[in-house]
Design a protein. Structure first.
Length: 252
């Protein structure tokens, strides 16, 4: 079954009887990031097991995307992430990872750092924000944060989201790519910008764009996301994205 509006396959959605769907509340703000209250303990997703997954969903898999939020929800979610990463690699797919840190979901900062970096070590592309990278590595420069992960076993590229500055990527071969951010005159809601960034980066790589072109796409979707209310209301369709980039891209 495909979502009629966006062409998203929903065949693998799972319903669990007698278990509730996790949710959260987000307040409105006029400046900065909103406060978020989570209600996810013992929700259905927290109880996911590998046996819940139909192997048919892996047909044609090119990229698996993991976020740090799911790692914090339960031990079974963490084991599920490890299972999915191993499965993706066995099929020749690449694994991208956004640490997406939410300290309020973790028992301690130490557990957060240890678990997130454990998973990062198993992924091909790591996509933290600069502040997140500093919290997770204790490094303060873009290259040092990138090198922390590139010196691990698996990562071949680290992409750093750098807010109003733009984006920075370093590959295992030493290549560095930087792109500036898109100008945004009024920020409405910052939630969803990171997920939009990951969407742009991953879709660019799937479309065989260069790293620079993929970063431009990523920063464009991030910029559009923060100009709309809601977590994903500002995400564009491909034609609108291309028009936005053509009209608003900032040259170095």
């Amino acid at each position: 079954m495909l979502s009629a509006n966006n062409g998203v396959n929903t065949d693998a959605l799972i319903q669990k009887a007698h278990e509730y769907t996790g949710f959260y509340f987000k307040n409105r703000v006029s400046d900065g990031d909103p406060q978020v209250a989570y209600f996810r303990n013992n929700s259905a997703v927290n109880r996911l097991q590998p046996e819940d997954i139909d192997d048919a969903i892996f047909d044609g898999l090119k990229v698996l995307h993991i976020t740090g939020i799911s790692l914090a929800l339960s031990s079974s979610c963490l084991k599920m992430a490890e299972y999915l990463i191993d499965k993706a690699h066995s099929l020749g797919a690449i694994v991208t990872f956004d640490p997406n840190i939410r300290p309020q979901l973790w028992a301690s900062k130490e557990q957060m750092r240890e678990t997130i970096n454990h998973i990062a070590d198993r992924c091909d592309i790591v996509i933290p924000g600069v502040s997140e990278g500093t919290q997770l590595t204790s490094e303060t420069t873009l290259e040092d944060i990138a090198d922390f992960y590139l010196n691990m076993t698996t990562p071949s590229m680290v992409v750093l989201k750098n807010g109003t500055v733009g984006a920075f990527a370093k590959e295992a071969n030493g290549d560095i790519t930087k792109v500036p951010s898109f100008h945004v005159s009024h920020v409405v809601d910052t939630v969803g910008a990171g997920d939009g960034f990951a969407t742009g980066l991953i879709s660019g790589l799937i479309d065989n764009l260069s790293v620079k072109e993929s970063l431009v796409r990523a920063t464009a979707i991030g910029a559009l996301a923060i100009q709309s209310e809601g977590d994903n209301a500002g995400y564009p369709v491909k034609s609108d994205l291309e028009a936005y980039i053509k009209t608003n891209a900032v040259t170095d």
